[in-house]
Every structure is written in structure tokens, then in C-alpha cells.
Design a protein around this ligand. Structure first.
Ligand code: SAM
Length: 264
């Protein structure tokens, strides 16, 4: 009964608050999720009880586990909601470390405002329960690499000294990640767009690689069209998905089933 009534590698049509209450303490290695944005009290007719969801996430996450919380702010009557900040502060209050505040930059974005710059990003908060157990840094190629004469610090004689040293071929990426969105960007699964707010597969994939290892359990409590679960399967992690809407649950199950049949 490792996960109560739930089984690994499955997606359930359930309110995550109800579902999480049935999970034991300290069982999840990584959460990659995105909550309903800003229609705070009701979304698609469903309740979204953010505070209790955050508390439950803290309880079910393993020590040194990681939660990636992807969220953007809406503008109402010219006023940015800053829900993202409020949520981040609440996560901190309940005991999470705010390990990083990362940016998910969208290459193509349709949203325009006549009196402000076009918004092209959302936050990816990285919350941890203690120090993260896993960090597999993703790398990017450096512009200059190979052997080069590099200036060392000036010595007491005030003269710059040059020494031959090797410049590395790659370096750890920055915390701004950029993705194309929409069909062909977020995913090639056309049917997934029946869900209106999916995040890019590559975003989930890159967080899963960064903060977990093969065989770990990745959880998405509001899994929507199943992006996180699909990417967990493709990277040989176990997954657990919960989604309150029956319609979206069906889409998520179909997406995961397609890759599972290809992989195993
Ligand atoms: C922003 S979407 C997630 C999209 C997902 N990351 C994807 O790529 O498809 C948020 C999802 O949370 C679901 N949701 C809202 N409240 C929920 C709850 N209490 N329990 C489970 N799911 C919930 C919504 O139905 C919606 O599908």
C-alpha cells in the first residue's frame, strides 16, 4: 500500500485535495505542475483550494524533494494580480525553501496590451523540502572554448600575468528557459489542445531531468492534458496524475497511453 489506493503510472479523475489526503507522508520525489490561473475561487466550475493544496504537497513530498510550480498572473482592470507572488510566499510560510524563481519565456505569444509591453513569460518557482536531493544541471555550449591565454589577477608588481588555461565547452544554463508554444511547440499531440492551458512538453521534460533520477516518482496533482505524466514516462520515471475534470483526464490518459505503448 505504498500510495494508498493509488497506483504508480496511472492518472486519476479526482480532486487532488481529496486524492492527496489519501497518500502517505513523504512519498513523492518531484512535482511538476501548474495550477488554474487566477479565476481563483472557481475554475471551469471547480473549486481550487490553493492553501490546502500547498499544505498537502508539503506533507506528501519526500525530504529533499522538489515542487516546480508554473504560474502566471492575469491582468484585471489594468491591475496585475500577483497571485504568483502570494502563492510563492505561502509556500515559504508552510516550510518550503524557495530554491529558485525561474522564468518560462514564450517564443510566440498572442497576448497584447495597448498600454503595456506584451507579456511573454510565466514564473517557474522551484520549492524544496530542505536541500534538493537531485540536481542534474542542463548545460549549454560556451561561445569560446579550448585553450586560451587568460589574464590572471594582478600581482603586487601591478602587472597582469597571462596563463594558458582551458575554457570549458559547456556551462550550466541560466534560469530563463524559452519555449515555443502551441501546436508543434508545446506538443505535436493535436487532441491535447482540447485543454486550453497546457505547458510545453519540453518544459516538463527539462525539469524532470534536472530534479529527479530514473525510477523516481513524479506527481502532477492538476495534470490537465497529462504533459508531466507523459514526460515522466518518456524519461523512465514513475508518475502519478490527478485531474478534477473528467474530460481532461481522458485526454491525459490517452496521451500517456500512446507513449507507454511505444516505450514498453
Ligand atoms: C493550468 S491547467 C494544467 C495544465 C497541464 N500542466 C498541462 O500541460 O496540460 C490546471 C488544471 O488543474 C485542474 N484542476 C483545478 N482544480 C483542481 C483540483 N482541485 N484537483 C485536480 N485538478 C484540478 C484543471 O481542471 C486544469 O486542468
Amino acid at each position: 500500500m505504498e500510495l494508498g489506493r493509488f497506483e504508480k503510472d496511472k492518472i486519476y479523475n479526482v480532486d487532488c485535495l481529496v486524492g492527496m489526503k489519501e497518500l502517505p507522508d513523504n512519498v513523492i520525489d518531484l512535482v511538476v505542475t501548474s495550477p488554474p490561473y487566477d479565476d481563483l475561487r472557481s475554475y471551469n466550475g471547480y473549486q481550487f483550494d490553493f492553501e490546502n493544496i500547498a499544505l498537502e504537497l508539503f506533507r506528501i513530498l519526500k525530504k529533499q524533494g522538489v515542487v516546480v510550480w508554473v504560474v502566471g498572473d492575469k491582468v484585471k482592470k489594468g491591475n496585475k494580480s500577483l497571485t504568483s507572488f502570494r502563492q510563492a510566499l505561502f509556500f515559504q510560510e508552510v516550510g518550503f525553501n524557495v530554491h529558485d524563481v525561474m522564468i518560462y519565456k514564450k517564443k510566440n505569444t498572442p497576448f497584447m496590451r495597448s498600454n503595456a509591453y506584451t507579456n511573454c513569460f510565466e514564473f517557474m518557482f522551484v520549492f524544496t523540502k530542505g536541500k534538493p536531493k537531485t540536481f542534474n544541471p542542463l548545460k549549454t555550449p560556451t561561445v569560446r572554448h579550448g585553450m586560451e591565454k587568460l589574464v590572471t589577477n594582478k600581482k603586487a608588481d601591478g602587472v597582469n600575468k597571462k596563463v594558458l588555461a582551458e575554457l570549458k565547452k559547456e556551462k550550466t544554463r541560466t534560469n530563463i528557459w524559452e519555449y515555443a508554444v502551441g501546436l508543434g511547440g508545446s506538443t505535436n499531440d493535436k487532441f491535447a489542445f482540447e485543454h486550453t492551458a497546457i505547458f510545453p512538453e519540453k518544459l516538463a521534460y527539462e525539469h524532470i531531468l534536472s530534479w529527479s533520477n530514473k525510477g523516481d516518482l513524479v506527481f502532477d496533482p492538476m495534470c490537465g492534458s497529462g504533459t508531466t505524466c507523459k514526460m515522466a514516462a518518456m524519461t523512465k520515471r514513475h508518475f502519478l496524475g490527478m485531474e478534477i475534470s473528467e474530460k481532461y483526464t481522458k485526454i491525459a490518459k490517452k496521451r500517456v497511453q500512446l507513449v507507454k505503448s511505444l516505450l514498453f
